[in-house]
Ligand binder design. Structure first.
Ligand code: GH3
Ligand code: MG
Ligand code: MG
Ligand code: MG
Length: 312
């Protein structure tokens, strides 16, 4: 008898299949006014393969979190300048840190005081002194759970690509970065050609297979810097960071050819699918809305012009 596959395993399996990069190590911020203890906990976590930063002044936490992408914060409860609960309350008011796991590590044993500290929005409590193996296990478990929840929030269930909200948020960030850095980027809208007739001819499940195959092609063939999401239905969106119009067109044409060569099978019948692409670029179009509208207009021209083509 085979074991049922857990969601976690399935996500990891899909990732390994379509993402050639190893998983990022877990990043932990350790805050404790006892400098030596903070450093000791950080070393324990680093020896377990994580990346840990020790801070003894709670006032450094906010600025550090701007540059250090923490998966979790281990926080002392009693510190002279700012207590753990005070610091947690501040973090919870910042949109980017609303779901950041905060675990107290404290010698406080009074359950009522522990609960009060947790009530400001922290996630757990470990009592000092804590066994190194236990510390590693607790941190790994919670950080990985949060990564899975986060991935369920930002990914599309069918294809594993970023969902509509996530890709549009990434486009905003990418445009802001390009403006600041004086670089270019391209935004592409991809739409499967005559997809309704694929569903009508071969059935919805086969249509789903086509969407999954297309998402695999996009993930495998794009660079690590490029972002790809399911815009909705049979439409996909790609952000090509740093690319001008000409290289973007070459890349998308190569993707288009590669996908059109995939052979699908359904009920003993073979068939092929194609897609059309509309591309817009920054700085010609300066905002996410303008980029989306321009790519949409270009896509419309690609469809009108006969499909299976890239239009700018
Ligand atoms: P065009 O070349 O002009 O884009 O034609 P089209 O048939 O692809 O476009 P249309 O917008 O008429 O049809 C899109 C179809 O995509 C209709 C919808 O049922 C199907 N679709 C949307 N989401 C899914 C999905 O998740 N799975 C499957 N199998 N079909 C989907
Ligand atoms: Mg202390
Ligand atoms: Mg469509
Ligand atoms: Mg379509």
């Amino acid at each position: 008898c085979t074991k049922p596959i857990k969601t976690v395993e399935l996500l990891e399996f899909l990732d390994a299949l379509t993402n050639p990069h190893p998983p990022e190590p877990i990043n932990v911020l350790v805050v404790d006014d006892d400098r030596e203890l903070a450093q000791f906990h950080a070393t324990v976590l680093e020896e377990a393969g994580m990346v840990a930063k020790a801070v003894s002044n709670p006032e450094q936490v906010l600025s550090l979190l701007d540059t250090f992408d923490a998966d979790l914060v281990l926080m002392d409860m009693y510190m002279p300048d700012c207590s753990g609960p005070e610091l947690s309350r501040i973090l919870r008011q910042i949109p980017g840190h609303v779901s950041l796991p905060i675990i107290y590590v404290s010698s406080e044993t009074d359950v009522e005081r522990q609960h009060k500290a947790l009530a400001v929005g922290a996630d757990g409590f470990l009592t000092k002194p804590i066994e190194p193996a236990r510390l590693v296990a607790e941190v790994a478990l919670r950080a990985e759970r949060m990564r899975i929840l986060h991935s369920l929030m930002v990914r599309d269930g069918l294809t594993g690509l970023f969902n509509h909200n996530a890709i549009m948020q990434f486009l905003e960030v990418a445009v802001a970065n390009a403006r600041r850095g004086g670089t270019s980027l391209c935004f592409a809208m991809i739409d499967v050609d005559h997809f309704k007739s694929v569903n009508d001819t071969y059935g919805h499940p086969t249509g789903d297979q086509v969407l999954m195959a297309l998402s695999r092609t996009l993930r495998m063939r794009l660079r690590e810097d490029d972002l790809v999401g399911r815009y909705g239905g049979e439409e996909f969106a790609v952000v090509l960071n740093g690319a001008g119009v000409e290289p973007a067109k070459r890349i998308l044409d190569a993707l288009r050819t590669s996908f059109s060569n995939v052979t699908f099978f359904s009920d003993g019948q073979e068939f092929h699918c194609t897609f059309s692409v509309g591309v817009s670029d920054f700085p010609t179009f300066a905002t996410p809305d303008a980029l989306t509208e321009a790519a949409d207009r270009a896509l419309y021209r690609a469809k009108k012009g006969g499909r299976n083509r890239v239009e700018i």
